[in-house]
Design a binder for this molecule. Structure first.
Ligand SMILES: Nc1nc2c(ncn2[C@@H]2O[C@H](COP(=O)(O)OP(=O)(O)O)[C@@H](O)[C@H]2O)c(=O)[nH]1
Ligand SMILES: [Mg+2]
Length: 334
C-alpha cells in the first residue's frame, strides 16, 4: 500500500515544487458510500471556489444517465406499453443521444405514470429500500433536472452520488510554503486494490458513516458496515499507515441523529447500554474507532458532508491540525 511517512523519524512526505512550496498528500480513505467524495467535493467548494460551468454540465449529464438507468429498471417491474416506455426501454446507456430532448420527453411521459411512481415509492425509507438516497434525490427534483443543458447546483453535486473508480486530486495552497493535495479514491473492496499505488501521504483522512451501524455492505450482505469500517481502520492504522497521522471523519451526523432515535446501537455493539440516545451512542462509536488505533492519537471530527457551512469550518480546523503537525515535525528535524 502507498505507505505513510515515517513520523517516528521526524520525516514527513514532501515533494519540492518548482519554487519552494512543498506538496503534502492527504488521502481520503474509508468504505464505499461513507462520504469520501462528498467531503472531497466540499473541499473543492470551500477552498477552490466550486465547480466550472463545464463540470456542472457534465454532472447534469451524469444525473440524466441516472434518471434513464433507474427508469429502465422501473420499467422492468411495471407493465407499461406506451411508445414512451418503449423508447426508454430501448435507450442505450452506453450511447445516450447528444440531443437529449426527445428522450427527456419520453422520460417525463413515463414518470407521469401512476404505476411507475408507485413502483418507485415502494419500500422508500425502509431497510429494504432498493434506491440510494441520491437516486431518491434526483427523482424528487425530476422536473428541474430533466431539462436539456441542465447544470447542477453545488447542492446537487453534493447530493448525487457517482461511485468513485479513479484517483482525483485537488491542490490547495494552505500557506506560502505548503500545498495540500487531497486525493479521493474508490472505497468498495474491489477498489481498494488501487490503494497500493497511492503516493506517500502526510495524513490519512479516514471517513466512516455514523448511520452505518445497522447496515450491511453492498458487496457482502452478511457484514455490518460499521464493523467493516472499524476493521479497515485497524488494518490501515497498524499496518499500512502505522506512522502516518490519521484524521477521523465520522460522517452523516444528520442521518445518525435521526436513526438513533429509533434504532438502538446495541444491534452493532452488544456491550452498549446507552439506549436510543445520541451522546452515549456517539461516544461508543468513537471508542470503537479509537481502540483500533495503536497510539490513540486520533483526531476525531463529527461531520455532515452535505452541509457546506459546517464543512467549511471542519476543513479549516483540519488544515490547522495538519499544518501544526508539519511545523512540529520540521522543528523535530532542526
Ligand atoms: N445526508 C447525508 N448524506 C451524505 C453525507 N455525506 C455523504 N452523503 C451522501 O452519501 C452518498 C455517498 O457519498 P459518497 O461521497 O459518494 O461516498 P464515498 O463512496 O465514500 O465516496 C452520496 O449520495 C452523498 O450525497 C452526509 O453527511 N449526510
Ligand atoms: Mg467516492
Amino acid at each position: 500500500m502507498g505507505g505513510g511517512s515515517s513520523k517516528k523519524e521526524g520525516v514527513v512526505s514532501r515533494t519540492k515544487s518548482k519554487k519552494t512550496k512543498e506538496v503534502h498528500n492527504l488521502v481520503l480513505l474509508g468504505t464505499g458510500g461513507a462520504g469520501k467524495s462528498t467531503i472531497f467535493k466540499a473541499i473543492k467548494i470551500a477552498k477552490k471556489g466550486g465547480f466550472t460551468e463545464h463540470e456542472r454540465e457534465q454532472h447534469g449529464i451524469a444525473i440524466f444517465r441516472g434518471l434513464v438507468k433507474v427508469m429502465k429498471g422501473l420499467l422492468e417491474t411495471v407493465d407499461e406499453s406506451s411508445d414512451s416506455a418503449a423508447s426508454v426501454k430501448a435507450a442505450d446507456l452506453d450511447a445516450l443521444p447528444e440531443d437529449t430532448k426527445q428522450l427527456r420527453e419520453h422520460l417525463a411521459a413515463v414518470w407521469a405514470s401512476d404505476a411507475i411512481k408507485a413502483a418507485f415509492r415502494e419500500n422508500e425509507g425502509t431497510e429494504n429500500d432498493p434506491h440510494e438516497p441520491s437516486t431518491r434525490f434526483i427523482f424528487k427534483n425530476f422536473d428541474r433536472m430533466n431539462v436539456a443543458g441542465f447544470q447542477s447546483t453545488d447542492d446537487d453535486i453534493l447530493q448525487f452520488r457517482l461511485p468513485t473508480t479513479d484517483f482525483s486530486t485537488i491542490d490547495y495552497d494552505a500557506n506560502d510554503d505548503v500545498t495540500l493535495r487531497f486525493i479521493d479514491v474508490g472505497g468498495q473492496r474491489k477498489e481498494r486494490i488501487k490503494w497500493n499505488s497511492l503516493p506517500e501521504c502526510t495524513a490519512v483522512i479516514f471517513v466512516a458513516a455514523l448511520n452505518d451501524y445497522n447496515k450491511k455492505l453492498a458487496e457482502d450482505a452478511t457484514r455490518n458496515r460499521l464493523h467493516e469500517s472499524i476493521t479497515l481502520l485497524r488494518v490501515l492504522a497498524t499496518k499500512h499507515f502505522a506512522n502516518t497521522d490519521i484524521i477521523l471523519f465520522l460522517n452523516k451526523r444528520d442521518l445518525f441523529e435521526e436513526l438513533i432515535k429509533t434504532v438502538d446501537l446495541k444491534c452493532c455493539f452488544m456491550d452498549y447500554d446507552g439506549g436510543c440516545n445520541y451522546d452515549p451512542a456517539l461516544k461508543r462509536i468513537v471508542e470503537g474507532f479509537k481502540k483500533v488505533c495503536a497510539d490513540g492519537d486520533l483526531h476525531v471530527n463529527v461531520t455532515c458532508a452535505t452541509d457546506i457551512n459546517q464543512m467549511d469550518q471542519t476543513i479549516q480546523s483540519m488544515q490547522e491540525v495538519v499544518l501544526k503537525k508539519l511545523l512540529n515535525s520540521f522543528l523535530d528535524m532542526s
